[in-house]
Design a protein around this ligand. Structure first.
Ligand SMILES: Cc1cc2nc3c(=O)[nH]c(=O)nc-3n(C[C@H](O)[C@H](O)[C@H](O)COP(=O)(O)O)c2cc1C
Length: 168
C-alpha cells in the first residue's frame, strides 16, 4: 500500500473479528516498531510485550473494569495486544511510546489490520497492576501504553481530522 494511502486509511478500530493475526504479520509490526525514533536513542530503555493469548488480554481488561468500575471492555476483545514499557521516569517515555505505537499502527493499516492506541487502561492500572508480573519485564520497567490489533470487522476507512494550523 502506498504511504499516503496508509495515512488516509489509518483509523482507530474497536471491533475485531475472531481471526488471529498471523506470526508473519506480527513480525512486520515489530519490525515497524524497531524502526521508530526514540528520545536520546535509548532503545535499551524500552521494551515491547506481544500478547497473543486472548485470555490474558481479557484478564487485563477485567482488572481495569473492576478497578475503574466500568462495564465496557477497554481492549475491545482484540486478539493481539502489544504493550510498550519503559524504564524512563520522565515524560520522554510517553513520547517514545507514541512514536513506537504509531509506527505499529501504520504498519497494521498497510496490512489491512485494524488497531487502536490504548493509553487509558495502562495509565489507570498504574505501576501496580496485577497483570504486570506476568509481563516478565526486567527490573525497573513499567508499561506506558499499548495497542490492540486484529482483523477489523469492517473495511478500514480513514477519517478527516483538522488540526487548526497557523502559517506565519
Ligand atoms: C495518546 C493516545 C491515547 C489514546 N488512548 C486511547 C484509549 O485509551 N482508548 C481508546 O479507545 N482510544 C484511544 N486513543 C485513540 C483516539 O481516541 C483516536 O486516535 C482519536 O479519537 C482519533 O480517531 P482515529 O484514530 O479513529 O482517527 C488514543 C490515541 C492517542 C494518540
Amino acid at each position: 500500500m502506498d504511504f499516503y494511502e496508509v495515512l488516509g486509511k489509518r483509523v482507530s478500530t474497536r471491533k475485531f473479528s475472531d481471526e488471529k493475526v498471523s506470526d508473519k504479520d506480527i513480525e512486520k509490526l515489530i519490525d515497524a516498531a524497531n524502526k521508530a525514533p526514540i528520545g536520546m536513542g535509548t532503545y535499551d530503555e524500552c521494551r515491547l510485550t506481544v500478547i497473543r493469548d486472548k485470555s490474558f488480554i481479557e484478564e487485563i481488561s477485567k482488572e481495569y473494569m473492576e478497578k475503574m468500575d466500568k462495564k465496557s471492555d477497554p481492549l475491545f476483545g482484540a486478539p493481539l495486544l502489544i504493550i510498550f514499557s519503559s524504564s524512563k521516569e520522565n515524560d520522554l517515555r510517553f513520547q517514545d511510546a507514541g512514536c513506537v505505537l504509531e509506527n505499529i499502527s501504520l504498519a497494521a493499516t498497510s496490512l489491512n489490520l485494524g488497531s487502536c492506541y490504548i493509553r487509558g487502561t495502562f495509565h489507570n492500572l498504574g505501576k501496580d497492576g496485577a497483570y504486570i508480573e506476568k509481563l516478565n519485564l526486567d527490573d525497573g520497567f513499567s508499561p506506558v501504553a499499548g495497542i490492540v490489533i486484529g482483523h477489523p470487522e469492517s473495511k478500514l476507512v480513514g477519517k478527516d481530522h483538522i488540526i487548526p494550523t497557523n502559517f506565519i
